[in-house]
Write a protein that binds this ligand. Structure first.
Ligand code: HAM
Length: 436
């Protein structure tokens, strides 16, 4: 038997959780006035090298690259931001009369990582990107948007970790301080960190191998190297978050694993009990230079991405209530003529907005009844030869436990009528109530 590839999985029983998340993403995105954008699953390899960064783990170790039949080097997207920025520039979205332009996206990303709980090689992200505002209120809005989704999904015990890297000058000052700090420890740092020291010292703080190295605790803090303007921006973001009632902790070691960030960076974490070391369910920040780096006009931007699989774990752990699957009608059929008549009755009901199913395998009546219960059908309609002759059938209401004879012609309106009827003696009258 051919099996699925390592680090991938099939969504079967958990589909309800994904649907619930997708529904809230759509709802909350509307509240924040973000519009959906969809971009390709593969892009030119160069895009990720120029944006996410040559020496990031994602690009240097984890991309799925392939040459197509035309000799082009493609990469399966490891994250969404680079592709959205490419689309923003290529489609001249910056010319829109709406500003800032706020987009959200949902879809698969691919990273060749070591699979473990909450970490896959194909995983889904829900992300958002806002282009055109450098105002601290926009950074805060992005974080509020992420926090509101978590609230809508009833995910509690979250911590928002916040830091600022500042812009080029602040970052350059900080990198200089980092190099001075790590220089005496270089021999005892891992091979990757030795390279990072030369190429991109900020990455040392993000190292998974050396994270408990003695030199890490005493490393310089980004905030001490921010220019006055960058410091003011960071303080203002915190003030806006406070005003929106969103608690954050300032985390001086948070630098994020991608190169394009400037100023605000953040991560939202759930408890380690839930997801072990993969407990970051959302990460994001400002990236004011990326649009220009990818040949667009200078455009400040800020965004985030959630790991959807990690949200699913949190939902399951919290017993998030899923809506039950059900049918309006299950049609029981006995005999070929009955099946033919049922076919047009079923089609008519479906065209009228009813959720209907029937038997397709010539099962016994008993087995068909069992199926109707498995499908959680409110009504059961029974058609045999006699019913075809009479043009009428028995309709059982499984919720009210009643049965009546209904003509084929009246079947649809009778069902709709019953579905929309509010009964004063029915505690559960909304259950399976709507017909559209
Ligand atoms: P990221 O931190 O690399 O940021 O990924 C965002 C989230 O995706 C993580 O917090 C995590 O929940 C999830 N994630 C990452 N890798 C995996 C994996 N292998 N398996 C399951 N989930 C995973 C970005 O991707 C940035 N593009 C976020 C952003 C948008 N920054 C600005 N705009």
């Amino acid at each position: 038997m051919i099996r699925r590839m390592k680090g991938t999985y099939d969504i079967t029983d958990d589909i309800g959780y994904y649907k619930a998340i997708e529904k809230q993403i759509e709802r909350v995105s509307k509240l924040f006035n973000f519009k959906e954008i969809r971009t390709p699953h593969f892009e030119a390899r160069e895009l990720f090298h120029r944006s996410v960064g040559e020496d990031t783990d994602i690009v240097s170790k984890e991309t799925y690259d392939f040459e197509d039949r035309g000799g082009r080097i493609n990469t399966l997207r490891p994250e969404g931001t680079a592709g959205i920025v490419r689309a923003f520039n290529e489609n001249k979205l910056y010319a829109s009369n709406i500003s800032p332009q706020k987009y959200y996206y949902y879809g698969s990303m691919f990273r060749y990582e070591r699979p473990q709980k909450g970490r896959f090689r194909e995983f889904r992200q829900f992300g958002a990107e806002s282009f055109g505002s450098n105002h601290p209120s926009m950074d805060a809005e992005i974080i509020a948007y992420a926090a509101t989704l978590l609230k809508a999904l009833k995910i509690k015990d979250i911590t928002v970790h916040l830091n600022s890297l500042g812009d080029k000058t602040s970052k350059a000052n900080f990198e200089k301080a980092l190099k001075a700090h790590f220089q005496p420890h270089l021999d005892s740092l891992c091979k990757d960190c030795k390279n990072r020291y030369e190429e991109n010292p900020l990455r040392i703080l993000d190292c998974k191998v050396d994270k408990n190295h003695e030199s890490m605790q005493s490393a310089p803090k980004t905030v001490d190297y921010l220019t006055d303007a960058d410091k003011a921006h960071f303080e203002s973001v915190q003030a806006y978050l406070k005003s929106a009632n969103i608690d954050v902790v300032v985390d001086h070691n948070l630098v994020r694993g991608l190169d394009y960030y400037t100023h605000t960076v953040f991560e939202i974490k759930v408890s380690e009990d839930l997801l072990g070391s993969q407990n970051a369910i959302c990460g994001g920040g400002r990236y004011n230079n990326l649009v220009e780096t990818l040949d667009g006009p200078p455009t400040p931007a800020v965004g985030f991405a959630f790991g959807v699989e990690r949200l699913v774990v949190a939902l399951k752990e919290n017993d998030y209530p899923l809506s039950e699957d059900y049918l309006h009608v299950y049609v029981l059929v006995m005999g070929e003529q009955a099946r033919l008549n049922a076919a047009w009755l079923i089609q008519r009901m479906r065209m009228g907005g009813l959720m209907v199913d029937t038997d397709y395998t010539e099962r016994s009546m008993k087995a068909q009844f069992k199926q109707s219960a498995n499908h959680n059908a409110r009504f059961v309609a029974i058609i045999g030869d006699k019913e075809v002759e009479e043009g009428a059938l028995n309709l059982k209401d499984q919720q009210l436990n009643t049965e009546e004879r209904v003509s084929f012609n009246d079947l649809y309106v009778t069902i709709v009528d019953k579905l929309t009827q509010k009964r004063s003696d029915c505690q559960d009258c909304d259950y399976k109530g709507e017909s559209q």
